[in-house]
Design a protein around this ligand. Structure first.
Ligand code: ADP
Ligand code: MG
Length: 687
């Protein structure tokens, strides 16, 4: 049976290679994919109305008797069929274009069901775009709840329905049940077989509800179990018990500033975890510029003072380099040895570095994903930190932890997510929030301007800032996600600026295709004020710190998510000077206007992500928020919060009893999890 399901979809009756190719473009390759291609919504054609109740413009089903049928041809190549019907409340006219068979199939006196779009003026009622069927035969397109599929590539709703029907009609399909029995019983879930049949061909509304409940439950369970499994849940294992070292005071004294109350609170929460025997799994959430780095540094320093090594992973080389520099400045004079491990370390240096890490000579390692390669071994790692965690896949984070024996683990993110979502993403993490910016930060003045005013932005605003001795970022978006195009857009912008606006200024270009050493060179030149205007792709999205930069211009701002715009904007406003952000947009859509308005109105990352969620819907939002997580098809993290909580509770129990889901009753669902999570590209978006 399992093999039947995995069969290539092209061998289903009525599909064949041509249609299969179209289905492939919808992500449908196997019979199973087809059966799991769920409707986006449902059209209720099951409520039967009386003619007298029909409202203008609505779509509705009526039960009626035919009184007359006529066909005529108003012009060449067109046939109009007019069917007059009545019920016990009134009369209606059905109109069909080019459907001659109607006249041959039905006749006066027939009892029918009709679904169509209503046009009403007074007592005159007409239905167009009709589906008509005999009342006595088992109706297929009227009188039912009809699925509406997400479609494209020349495949219609009717096509999909027909193909799925063929699957069920042409063979004995029994989908093996993979949901653990105890859950089926406890929550009275229907079988997968019933669920799949009824989501495509709902027997009635009640059956659809039962089917949907099961599928939503299943989807959330698979997601949550997968996340727990790959993250390596908390388990019973004991962690290292650290002590709060006196030397931390000295680190604090060496800082050029006082910690904010929110930073101190987060540190206390981290300390409490580290000084207990539980293995810390903590998420530190804080808006751009809230000062997460120094919190990480202090935790790592304390770890070293206790005689253990620490590691911190960042998503880009520029960021790793920056952390390395700021850590070194404070900690090296105190005798702490720090290494920077990235993909661009030369082979010879790397060997030495790896040796020093393995021998325990190095205290803190900062790096990119080079840190999680197999050849990196630690002598005794006590704390691992992932910066900008949303840039990493779930499994990559897990891999860093596995470099030691139950090290404490902390992840940091500047992408704030509402509590409700944190529940699923970080169901097993404790959360610290840094909800306060260091003193003296000014609001970044944000303006959204239409593309046609771009010229003015460059000739006046940019010029003014540079004249004041400030520096400017210009960010160009990824075009069509193509690296070459992306590159072109930034390159072209530099050329344009050089020739048309600023022949006298120093321009720099930064993009993902550059070698890391080139990127560093440019970034350092910008830091050292040798470049006035830095044009870049989103390479600078995370964490880069240049306090003298006060103007951020974002081209084609409509192409970015709000959270990303907020991150980008956070590159300015890092010093004592008033800072600005200009969003240049080229879309006239309402959604765009609304998004731009939100960016102008608020600087609060939490509010922005909530709005983002509202506008984009949780599915898309969720996808960009967390790499390495399967897309949801039927579940909605907001609408189904209650089911989600139930599922989380059950998933936690299952994982604590069987961490790798190897017991007989869990093996089947594990297969589903592995399948869902394996379709995902876990590459870090190093750009
Ligand atoms: P993020 O949370 O976005 O990673 P960073 O850790 O990069 O923010 O901090 C942003 C800037 O704020 C850095 O220049 C850092 O030195 C500075 N900073 C951090 N904490 C404080 C503080 N308590 N007072 C003043 N400046 C601070
Ligand atoms: Mg940061």
């Amino acid at each position: 049976m399992i093999n039947l399901i995995k069969e290539n979809v092209q061998y289903v009756k009525g599909i064949g290679p041509k249609r299969a190719a179209k289905l492939n473009r919808l992500g449908i390759y196997t019979v199973k994919d087809l059966l799991y291609y769920f409707p986006r919504q449902f059209e209720d054609r099951s409520t039967i109305k009386k003619i007298i109740q029909l409202e203008d413009e609505e779509k509705a089903t009526i039960k009626a008797v035919i009184t007359n049928i006529e066909s005529y041809s108003p012009k060449k190549g067109m046939v109009l069929t007019r069917v007059d019907v009545k019920d016990d409340t009134g009369f209606a006219k059905l109109v069909f274009f080019n459907r001659e068979y109607i006249k041959n199939t039905f006749r006066a006196g027939d009892g029918i069901l009709v679904f169509g779009k209503v046009k009403r003026s007074g007592n005159f009622v007409e239905l167009t775009s009709c589906e008509i069927e005999y009342r006595s035969k088992d109706p297929k397109t009227t009188g039912k709840v009809m699925p509406v599929y997400p479609l494209s590539y020349g495949i219609t709703n009717r096509d999909i329905s027909g193909m799925i029907r063929n699957v069920f009609d042409s063979r004995e399909i029994a989908i093996p049940e993979y949901m653990p029995k105890h859950l089926i019983e406890k929550y009275r879930l229907c079988s997968i077989d019933y669920a799949i049949k009824n989501i495509h061909f709902p027997k009635d509304k009640a059956a659809l509800k039962v089917a949907l409940y099961r599928l939503i439950f299943e989807e959330l369970l698979i997601l949550q179990l997968g996340l727990f499994m790959f993250k390596g849940g908390k388990g019973d294992e004991k962690g290292i018990v650290f002590e709060n070292s006196e030397k931390v005071e000295e680190v604090l004294k060496r800082l050029p500033f006082k910690l904010t109350a929110a930073q101190t609170r987060a540190l206390n929460e981290i300390n409490a975890d580290m000084c207990s025997d539980i293995v810390m799994s903590r998420l530190v959430q804080g808006d751009v510029g809230s000062g997460k780095t120094v919190v990480a540094m202090i935790a790592l320093a304390n770890c070293v003072f206790n005689g253990y090594q620490g590691a911190m992973m960042a998503p880009t080389e520029i960021l790793a380099q920056q952390h390395f520099e700021s850590f070194s400045e404070i900690l090296e004079p105190m005798g702490i040895k720090i290494a920077l491990l990235t993909g661009s370390v030369s082979k010879k240096n790397k060997e030495k570095m790896l040796y020093e890490i393995a021998s325990g000579e190095t205290d803190i390692v900062i790096g990119t994903h080079a840190l999680i390669e197999d050849n990196v071994e630690f002598s005794n790692i006590g704390l691992v930190i992932t910066d900008e965690q949303h840039r990493f896949g779930v499994r990559q984070r897990g891999r860093l932890s596995s470099k030691g024996k139950n090290p404490d683990m902390m992840v940091m993110t500047a992408t704030p997510i509402p509590r409700t979502l944190a529940l699923i993403l970080y169901g097993d993490l404790d959360i610290s929030v840094i909800d306060e910016l260091p003193p003296g930060r000014q609001k970044i003045e944000t303006m959204a301007v239409e593309k046609k005013k771009r010229d003015k932005v460059y000739s006046t605003l940019v010029r003014k800032e540079v004249d004041k001795g400030r520096q400017v970022y210009i960010v160009c978006p990824l075009v069509e996600e193509s690296e070459t195009l992306d590159l072109k857009s930034a390159t072209e912008t530099v050329e344009e600026l050089k020739h048309e606006y600023f022949p006298d200024l120093r321009l720099g270009l930064l993009h993902g295709k550059m070698r890391p050493s080139e990127k560093d060179e440019i970034m350092n030149a910008f830091k050292n004020k040798e470049i006035d205007i830095l044009v870049s792709t989103t390479v600078i999205e995370v964490g880069v710190n240049v306090p003298n930069a006060t103007l951020m211009i974002i081209e084609n701002a409509e192409r970015f998510g709000l959270a990303q715009l907020h991150q980008l904007r956070g590159r300015v406003g890092r010093g004592k000077h008033k800072s600005y952000c200009v969003l240049i947009y080229g879309s006239k859509s309402d959604v765009c206007a609304k998004r731009m308005e939100i960016m102008e109105d608020t600087n609060d990352g939490f509010k922005i992500s909530e709005k983002d969620l509202e506008i984009r819907g949780p599915g898309e939002f969720f996808g960009t928020m967390q790499h390495g997580v399967p897309q949801l098809k039927v579940a909605n993290l907001f609408k189904h919060m209650k089911i989600l909580k139930t599922v989380q509770h059950e998933a936690r129990i299952m994982i604590s009893e069987d961490p790798k889901l190897e017991k007989a009753e869990n093996r089947m669902i594990k297969n589903e999890i592995m399948e869902k999570f394996s379709n995902i590209n876990e590459d870090i978006y190093l750009n």
